[in-house]
Design a protein around this ligand. Structure first.
Ligand code: DQA
Length: 188
């Protein structure tokens, strides 16, 4: 049921959740073990729970007038399916692939296949940690990587992806100046 007010005698007044059709839509994916945030290795990942992190992302998304769809999975296949599904109806992806960062060619291939601008996020600085965490299979197909800034990294990723998508929308709408058009066509 959509949100609304309950009046007397069981009458419920509802109103539509307004989502502008031009709103940017971003899918946010959290990989394995991130459901344990807040209790998991607190000295590395901090004390914020995944729910609290998702609330902070949702709050910023509202300020930026972006629709976010937030999901967590411990399964590589499920993450691949969600990335594939994002090609219809989403403008970009923010992903913390967690341990799959360092192992998953399938997640990398899915991101390359959908071709959506994707930002990779890590709470910890993976480049300062064990050698096996230094390699990311995802980095090569992402527009950027944010690593080591804790939960703030997700908020920066959202702002960055919002700016990136807004700029490319604007570019698509703005006709190229006549000289550039002539050059592109090879005419004088
Ligand atoms: C992580 C870093 C990964 O190496 C690790 O496997 C994770 C979390 C991070 O957010 O810092 O699970 O992606």
């Amino acid at each position: 049921m959509p949100p609304g007010w309950t009046l007397s005698r069981g009458i419920v007044l509802t109103y539509p959740v307004c989502e502008h059709k031009d709103m940017l839509r971003i899918r946010v994916l959290h990989g394995p073990n991130l459901n344990l945030l807040g209790t998991r290795e607190q000295s590395i990942y901090g004390t914020l729970s995944l729910d609290a992190l998702d609330s902070a992302i949702t709050k910023l998304a509202k300020e930026l007038a972006v629709t976010v769809d937030l999901r967590q999975s411990n399964s590589e296949g499920e993450l691949v399916t969600w990335i594939q599904e994002a090609r219809t109806g989403y403008d970009g992806i923010i992903i913390n692939p967690a341990a799959y960062t360092h192992t998953s060619i399938a997640i990398r291939d899915a991101i390359a296949a959908v071709g959506l601008p994707t930002v990779e996020v890590h709470l910890s600085n993976i480049h300062q940690r064990e050698e096996f965490r230094h390699r990311s299979y995802v980095a090569g197909v992402a527009i950027g990587q944010i690593s080591g800034l804790g939960p703030t990294g997700y908020l920066l990723a959202l702002r960055g992806l919002h700016d990136h998508l807004t700029a490319s929308r604007r570019q698509k709408k703005t006709p190229a100046p006549a000289t550039a058009r002539r050059k592109a066509k090879g005419t004088r």
